[in-house]
Design a binder for this molecule. Structure first.
Ligand code: HEC
Length: 150
């Protein structure tokens, strides 16, 4: 009787651990999708700004896009829990050099601030220059922390 109970409890714990493991794996797969979706929106905001630059008209519309970029970047850095390194283009360096990854994130955030200022100034050349610098901030992070292909 007692033995049966112990076996039953052990069995229940084992099932619990399996379900728990599967839940964690699922959560990690979701966070990878979420951060990739975040980057898609980031790329969309950059395309919108490029459109504004190419139109050679008023630059003010880019202020909102720069704000969007800042919000996305702040959310993005929180989407790298331990174990979310599977089925992703994020390189292991994200976790092994977390301080470097955070610095790249801050660097991008600073570029978005300059982008907002340039957009608000109405100066097309200033906006184009700030946009080019922003692109470099994206690339600097990708060079170190994103796989070229997987
Ligand atoms: C702090 C680092 C960092 C910065 C800054 C950064 N990225 Fe990325 N980006 C990544 C990482 C890491 C991935 C891979 C995410 C994954 O697969 O889990 C990625 C993925 C992407 C993707 C592919 C998304 C997909 O569909 O899988 C695009 C597009 C992208 N980034 C665009 C940009 C643009 C545009 C900027 C600048 C405005 C930018 N990124 C700034 C780190 C960064």
């Amino acid at each position: 009787m007692r033995k049966t109970l112990v076996v039953a409890i052990a069995g229940a714990l084992a099932v619990g651990a399996m379900v728990g493991g599967a839940t964690i794996a699922l959560a990690q797969a979701n966070v990878v999708k979420e951060r990739q979706e975040n980057r898609k929106q980031t790329a969309a905001a950059m395309r919108a700004i490029k459109g504004i630059i190419d139109a050679k008209g008023p630059t003010a519309g880019a202020v909102e896009q720069a704000a969007k970029l800042k919000t996305l970047e702040a959310a993005f850095i929180k989407m790298f829990p331990a174990g979310s390194d599977k089925d992703t283009k994020a390189l292991p360096t994200v976790w092994s050099d977390w301080a470097g990854f955070q610095a790249a994130n801050k660097n991008a955030d600073a570029a978005f601030d300059k982008l907002a200022v340039a957009a608000g100034s109405g100066d097309q050349a200033a906006l184009a220059a700030a946009f080019a610098d922003t692109g470099k901030a994206c690339g600097a992070c990708h060079d170190k922390f994103r796989a070229k292909a997987n």
